[in-house]
Design a protein around this ligand. Structure first.
Ligand code: GDP
Ligand code: MG
Length: 205
């Protein structure tokens, strides 16, 4: 992957990140886009949008990443952002319950069929784990949650030190690219979702 030069045509792909307030959604996006950590993020009240342009296998893509407020699951907001999304990140944090992710999935599914959309879970703040074993109870819950939500992979990340953030986005992006068939890439930005993708057997990185 490389940073894309400005003059070429670009294909737009949409990613949304959902999860409870305080899990680190805004921080993860900031880490991915700016490679920095801003400790004093204010709570996200309105959906925020950031983008990153990449060239992958000679094709140009602009990934538009929507940061959805976690506090109140406003159906109007959820609907407008769920529609047309081509990638979903469910965000939770280490040592905290993952229960609410199921209700996020239900909210999204009431507005759009997420079955064919590539999805991952990021369990953020793994810098707080210290020396605790990687193979602990928490990771089993994470694995089960990923399976329930049909995520193809789950990641432990740290927006604070950057651990796995690029890895998580790259995995999702690669799966999204596999999932699209681009019609006439040279002269059109139209993208069609393929029906072939299956999301089972989640693995962790
Ligand atoms: P959001 O509400 O999901 O967007 O969460 P924020 O990105 O605003 O982060 C909530 C709080 O968690 C802030 O105080 C962040 O500084 C902190 N935070 C975010 N990511 C991490 C992380 O990876 N590690 C640690 N230790 N704190 C984090
Ligand atoms: Mg936020």
């Amino acid at each position: 992957m490389s940073i894309y030069s400005k003059n070429d045509a670009v294909n737009h792909l949409k990613i949304i990140i959902v999860g409870d307030s305080g899990t680190g959604k805004t921080s993860i996006i900031t880490r991915y886009i700016k490679q920095t950590f801003e400790p004093n993020n204010k709570a996200t009240i309105v959906p925020l949008y950031s983008s990153k342009v990449l060239t992958i296998n000679g094709n140009k893509y602009q990934f538009n990443i929507w940061d959805i407020p976690g506090q109140d699951r406003n159906p109007v907001v959820t609907r407008s952002f769920a529609q047309d999304t081509q990638g979903i990140i469910y965000c939770c944090e280490v040592k905290k319950t993952k229960e609410s992710l199921k209700s996020w999935e239900e909210s999204l599914n009431s507005f759009t069929d997420t079955k064919e959309i590539p999805k991952i879970i990021v369990e953020n703040k793994c810098d707080l784990l210290g020396d605790e074993s990687f193979y602990n109870e928490d990771i089993n819950i994470l694995r089960e949650t990923a399976k329930k939500l049909e995520c193809f992979k789950f990641f432990r990340t740290s927006a604070l030190n950057g651990y796995n953030v690029n890895g998580a986005f790259n995995a999702l992006i690669n799966e999204m690219i596999k999932n699209v068939k681009i019609k006439g890439i040279e002269n059109s930005n139209k993208i069609k979702l393929s029906n072939k993708r299956k999301s089972t057997n989640a693995k962790c990185c």
